[in-house]
Design a protein around this ligand. Sequence first.
Ligand code: NAD
Length: 249
Amino acid sequence: MDNEKIEKLQSIIDESERIVFFGGAGVSTESGIPDFRSTSGLYRQEWKYPPETIVSNTFFYDNTKEFYRFYCKKMIALEAEPNECHKKLAELEKCGKLSAIVTQNIDGLHQKAGSKNVFELHGSVLRNYCTSCNAFFDVNHIIHEHETEPDGIPRCTNCGALVKPDVVLYEESLNDSIVTGAVNAIAKADTLIIGGTSLVVYPAAGLVRYFQGKNLVIINLAPTDYDRNADLLIEEKIGEVFSKIKVRT
Ligand code: NAD
């Protein structure tokens, strides 16, 4: 680990008053949840269809059984625990230095670590709704139905209709109020830390362009198209990086 870069990150954090963190699947790989584009990511694993096909709106309705087979096996990870990145970000919010987390993740690990102001651009596996009567179901209902129903498809206990995760699938648009909240937070930030994201999934990745503050930090194992704009670029594991950071007011 490059100690000079860690020291620079520490001094940026110490000087900042309104940090926003923008993250993706790479934030949770050290918690044991695979991302999409790393060498061990879901894109390299053998499935009959590529992940972006399976997690699309068309596929959800046309191949619901196969959707849930993939989704329950690969996208729900209830046993996963927050790592040092999730935990330090929650501490930074608690001590008033971090104003928001904008995440593309759907795993709920930032909230599990204690973060409050989290804009979940792509929704959450923890929330699920009936496609007909809109009744709410938690993730345990999805798992239980998947394991006990002969076709593995979760249905509504009120009306019997199909239950859909509150996750933004490919072909679906982002929630307007979540995008507005995320944009406002990014636009007001003095420091933006981008981490664990390939920045190729749009429109989410485009939100980082609203940043006009002082310090842009990128912490990502693989290069991104945004690296040339960074004031500080750290190509290391993000949990390991945050484990070296001290939270002080
Ligand atoms: P991605 O898979 O496209 O990219 C992940 C990036 O993180 C890669 O560039 C990789 O080099 C980097 N990375 C992996 N582990 C890292 C680590 N420990 N430290 C630093 N960098 C690391 O992910 P994306 O950009 O978020 O886009 C994929 C889409 O799929 C998003 O919508 C994402 O939320 C969703 N997804 C979510 C989860 C989850 O909720 N945990 C998991 C898989 C995919």
